[in-house]
Ligand binder design. Structure first.
Ligand SMILES: *Cc1c(COP(=O)(O)O)cnc(C)c1O
Length: 334
């Protein structure tokens, strides 16, 4: 199967499986798993952060980060279509008693600075206390303008807020722009990085930040049920991915570009575009189920919806892209 549903569908490579099998492990709740500690040291170096912790998922890493910054009754400012707001079950509100203050995104994924400033609440017993600005990069595959990120974080800090980055796909942003991960992380007090997206690990995210923030997040992680024991096996996969699967993200970006170019002139597809490892298009509702079934018959998995997203990853080759483009062309030629 050619699976374009997400970059979470990857299979570990043989070399990654060897790294997992041969990992030296300990008990990470006692913080003495040497492989987890090696991963965390590597991430601290990459991000320029003082401390880090390993999490079972990006959802939990984001949640523990938000909970480390905000107390019950505080609020965090977040994009209306950000993962932490829309796709994490409302965990900050449900489990943290932290109210989100969502803002609509501009077309480029940024949030207007005036809009951010306008929702930062002054101290008043009627208001929740605004504590945190949470941003995301990449967002819907798009690299967010780093100059805007710097301005937004500067504004937040000037108003006494903390800043958190959901960097689930930050390595894609780094590879796409040539900017160092450390540069992309510099404006933030905490950063969550996924190892299980384009990096191709079976599991795991890392939260990085100051020692104080990470100490608090580790306590929340325990409470959330994310304290893991011999998690060095998964950390070994993550370390392997950081060593071998970062530069190759450029191939995923190239494949996405090739796919978008290959279908761009199909007149039924509207707003076709590629952004890092994602391709988007729109299609009339009457053709969607037919396209999805046709692709399935050709061994291609995709979620075809109002705005379809196809995602490239380590399991997709240039030949696969040719197969997909040909399948699209056949369907619309009929
Ligand atoms: C995948 C993802 C996460 C975390 O998801 P998990 O599936 O919980 O690891 C967070 N933010 C974004 C933008 C993501 O794409």
């Amino acid at each position: 199967m050619i699976d374009l549903r997400s970059d979470t569908v990857t299979q570990p490579t043989d070399a990654m499986r060897d790294a997992i099998a041969n990992a030296t492990v300990g008990d990470d709740v006692y913080q003495d798993d040497p492989t987890v500690n090696a991963l965390l040291g590597h991430v601290c170096e990459l991000t320029g952060m003082a401390a880090a912790a390993f999490f079972p998922s990006g959802t939990q890493s984001n949640l523990a980060g938000i909970m480390a910054h905000c107390q019950r009754g505080d609020e965090y400012i977040v994009g209306q279509d950000a993962h932490t707001y829309r796709f994490e079950g409302g965990g900050a509100a449900v489990l943290g008693s932290i109210q989100p203050q969502p803002l609509p995104h501009a077309a480029d994924g940024t949030l207007p600075l005036e809009a951010i400033e306008a929702v930062i609440k002054p101290y008043d017993i009627h208001f929740p206390q605004t504590r945190l600005l949470a941003l995301e990069n990449t967002w819907g595959g798009r690299v967010i303008d780093q100059h805007w990120i710097e301005q937004a974080c500067e504004l937040a800090h000037a108003k006494g807020l903390m800043t958190h980055l959901d960097g689930a796909r930050l390595f894609n942003a780094s590879v796409a722009t040539g900017q160092a991960v450390k540069t992309l992380c510099a404006p933030f007090d905490s950063v969550s990085l996924c190892l299980s997206k384009g990096l191709g690990s079976p599991q795991g995210s890392v939260l990085a930040g100051s020692q104080e923030v990470i100490d608090a997040a580790i306590r929340w992680r325990k409470m959330l049920g994310g304290g893991m024991r011999q998690s060095g096996m998964m950390a070994a996969a993550g370390l392997h991915a950081l060593e071998h699967h970062v530069e190759r993200l450029a191939e995923d970006h190239h494949n996405a570009q090739q796919l978008a170019e290959g279908v761009a002139d199909i007149k039924e597809l509207r707003n076709v575009g590629a952004a890092t490892n994602m391709v988007f298009f729109e299609l009339d509702a009457s053709r969607r189920a037919g396209l999805q079934a046709h692709l399935e018959e050709q061994g291609i998995q995709a979620f075809v919806g109002p705005r379809t997203r196809l995602v490239t990853h380590i399991g997709i080759s240039p030949e696969d892209i040719e197969t997909v483009v040909a399948a699209f062309r056949r369907y619309f030629a009929e």
